[in-house]
Design a protein around this ligand. Structure first.
Ligand code: ADP
Ligand code: MG
Length: 680
């Protein structure tokens, strides 16, 4: 068996781990020996101090050598069993609740020296140790430092320490995967010595040590490498390139009643270059809400159509698909056959679309994920555009890319800006175009904070806005604990507002089914409703040009990025828009700091960076759904320098076409990935 196999072995390979313990650990996602290495000690108990009974202190943990001299086993229920023990300086009782006499006699035989460790208490003037944690004839097993781990029910500290000690003793020496320059940055700590130090109680919470940073570096590297390899694999796929004609491009642009921003043009250039190249495009178009991604996607689709390929645009909801479809109709030549595949269309119409797609009579189709059903076959699909899809993980995206076939370029769009340190982890498998600059007609949304008790002022403000024919989103508080409460609070708010503004208020919450939801959104779009009360489910991406006010209750429950996204739902027209953040009570200093970031910035990327610094990356919007695995040690805030260093290292490797076979085992251990084997 080679070195690595030991680490990837089943847990039952360890002494002291049977099927039962294995099942307990499996529930904690610990599946093999390697996984156990990342559960770190939280504190420790020093049991190395041997004392005489005359020296012990009440309340402390002591390890003492004693001789059991008498058993006292009362025959009365609920009274504990007692063993009197002595050394030459005094007496102490070992007390046992719920232990059988036979067992006690076995572990504490009379008149033999034995080592006992536990916390000392006093009862009726006698020292005692209740249920001693450690009892052994072999004092060496006890007289040492015992790590404390936050343990799963069903595994004792004693067993756990035994397991970890055993692993550390058998830790294989792995051949180094880093070159000497990188290794030097971590004072030449090897993987092996780093792991041992990681479990050394002296190093608890020593996150800055070289041993710790080296392991963080390993972890980031493995995740970046997997992504980079997937990217390389996709790039190797050869396709029929699409033609690009300046002429039709200019003609389309001239139809717009605005000028494209610099970033929109730059993104289009990136995309067009990919489309007309011989390798498959796999690109992310990232830009804040309202930065104008849709138009970029549609213009790029036109080239593909002119090259006699079909295009599919997938949106998360029907209403959004319809909006994109309408925009495309106004933009594209009437000669083109573009269709919306809607669940609401008549069956005969749907059937016709399916037939026409198969016969290459339709050039572009819009819809939800329904456009990728099995029964739908394209004749010459050349381009898939996916809007607002940040929920796909790396592996799902790869599947999607495969599904389209070799000639199919892929563009994903996302309005969830993420901090730079996370870009490689989340989107390292794709090329990325970023739209930072917003169309200049967009006025910044004015952001205010207001106490909930001042709701009358808010209502006055809403009345004024409605008089001016503006529309209002009213977002109810996020109640994480319970979906039911979430729903109740929105129903209540609806009732309250509907009294003040009869028949002008719509309500959306998670219990409303899709069809009704679309009706409600359409009513809001058509101004039948002027106020839309909702939980946080207001759809991303829908253009409500007339919505000018968003009110967000209990705003401190949200992350800044999420507030920024919600705020982006308004201010799409030409009027000044406002966002009112409601709070239950006065803000703490930290909360004020956070809200000020939001008030002073309209840059989603900057806001997400700050948000991550204040709240940690686990809470970042979109992170949880991003499909990115959780890091074991690495922290994008604390280890920002390593993330950035690694980004340049990966780029260097890509440019130099570094042979990656030396990282094979790093990836095997950390990601259980065989991707290097596949590609090297
Ligand atoms: P998002 O990036 O959130 O998907 P959209 O594509 O929905 O943004 O664009 C938001 C609005 O801005 C749309 O009404 C769109 O027509 C408009 N728009 C896009 N680009 C520009 C531009 N360069 N100048 C002015 N308005 C633009
Ligand atoms: Mg959009």
């Amino acid at each position: 068996m080679n070195n690595y196999d030991y680490l990837l072995s089943d847990l039952t390979k360890l002494n002291g781990v049977g099927k039962k313990t294995r099942e307990i650990l499996k529930k904690k996602k610990i599946n093999n020996i390697f996984d156990l290495l990342w559960k770190l000690p939280k504190s420790y108990t020093d049991r190395s101090l041997s004392s005489k009974i005359s020296e012990i202190r009440i309340g402390n943990i002591h390890t003492i050598k004693v001789v059991p001299t008498k058993y006292l086993f009362p025959r009365i229920k609920n009274l504990p069993n007692r063993v009197i023990c002595e050394d030459e300086t005094g007496k102490i009782d070992c007390i046992f609740f719920n232990s059988y006499e036979g067992y006690i006699k076995k572990i504490l035989p009379l008149n033999e020296e034995i080592t006992v460790s536990g916390r000392i208490s006093i009862f009726k003037n006698k020292y005692q140790i209740t249920n001693p944690t450690y009892i052994s004839k072999d004092s060496a097993l006890i007289e040492t430092i015992h790590n404390k781990y936050s343990l799963t029910d069903g595994i004792s500290e004693k067993i756990y320490n035994k397991i970890i000690t055993q692993i550390l003793k058998n830790l294989p020496t792995l051949s180094e995967w880093h070159d000497s320059i990188i290794l030097k940055k971590f004072n030449n700590e090897t993987w092996n010595s780093s792991i041992i130090k990681l479990h050394d109680p002296k190093n608890i919470e020593n996150y800055k040590g070289n041993f710790y940073r080296r392991l963080v570096y390993d972890e980031i590297l493995s995740s970046f490498l997997v992504n980079s390899q997937i990217r390389k694999k996709i790039k190797k796929i050869k396709k029929d390139s699409k033609n690009f004609t300046e002429n039709s491009y200019n003609k389309t642009i001239s139809k717009l009643n605005f000028k494209l921003t610099k970033d929109q043009i730059k993104s289009l250039t990136d995309i067009n270059k990919d489309l007309s190249s011989k390798s498959k495009m796999f690109r992310l178009l990232q830009g804040d809400v309202g930065s104008g991604k849709t138009i970029v996607a549609l213009i790029s689709a036109l080239n593909v159509i002119e090259s006699n390929f079909q295009v599919a645009l997938m949106a998360p909801t029907e209403i959004l698909a319809r909006q994109h479809f309408i925009l495309a109709k106004s933009l594209f030549s009437k000669n083109l056959n573009i269709q919306l595949l809607s669940s609401k269309s008549e069956l005969s119409k749907k059937k016709k679309i399916i037939t026409d797609l198969r016969n290459n009579k339709i050039q572009m189709v819009f819809g939800t994920h329904a456009i990728f059903q099995k029964k739908i076959n394209f004749s010459r699909l050349g381009y898939i555009i996916i809007d607002e899809q940040h929920k796909f993980g790396v592996r799902q995206r790869k599947l999607l890319s495969d599904k389209g076939g070799k000639n199919c370029d892929v563009l994903l769009m996302s309005a969830t800006p993420i901090p730079r340190t996370l870009t490689m982890s989340i989107y390292g498998d794709m090329d990325v175009s970023i739209i930072k600059e917003k169309p200049n007609h967009r006025k910044e949304v004015k952001t205010y904070s207001k106490l909930e008790s001042k709701i009358d002022d808010i209502i006055k403000f809403v009345k004024k806005e409605i008089k001016e024919e503006n529309q209002v989103f009213w977002v109810c508080p996020l109640i994480e604990e319970s979906k039911k409460l979430d729903h109740q609070s929105s129903v209540k708010k609806f009732a309250y507002l509907n009294k003040l503004f009869p028949d002008k208020v719509g309500l959306l919450h998670s219990k409303i089914d899709n069809e009704e939801k679309e009706q409600i959104l359409n009513k809001f779009l058509n101004k039948d409703y002027l106020i839309l009360v909702s939980t946080t489910i207001i759809e991303v991406g829908i253009d409500f040009p007339n919505a000018n006010v968003i009110i967000i209750e209990n705003a401190n429950k949200f992350g800044l990025s999420q507030l920024h996204q919600l705020r982006g739902r308004v201010g799409r027209g030409s009027k000044q828009a406002s966002c009112i953040l409601m709070f239950k009570s006065n803000l703490s200093e930290n909360a004020k700091k956070r809200i000020n970031i939001l008030k002073n910035s309209n840059d989603g990327f900057k806001i997400s960076e700050e948000d991550m610094k204040l709240r940690g990356f686990g809470d970042l919007l979109g992170f949880k759904q991003s499909g990115m695995k959780n890091f074991r040690l690495a922290d994008p805030v604390q280890n920002e320098d390593l993330f950035l260093l690694e980004e340049t290292e990966i780029k260097k490797m890509e440019e130099k076409k570094t042979n990656l076979s030396k990282y094979k085992f790093l990836l095997k251990l950390y990601d259980q990935a065989d991707i290097i084997n596949d590609t090297v």
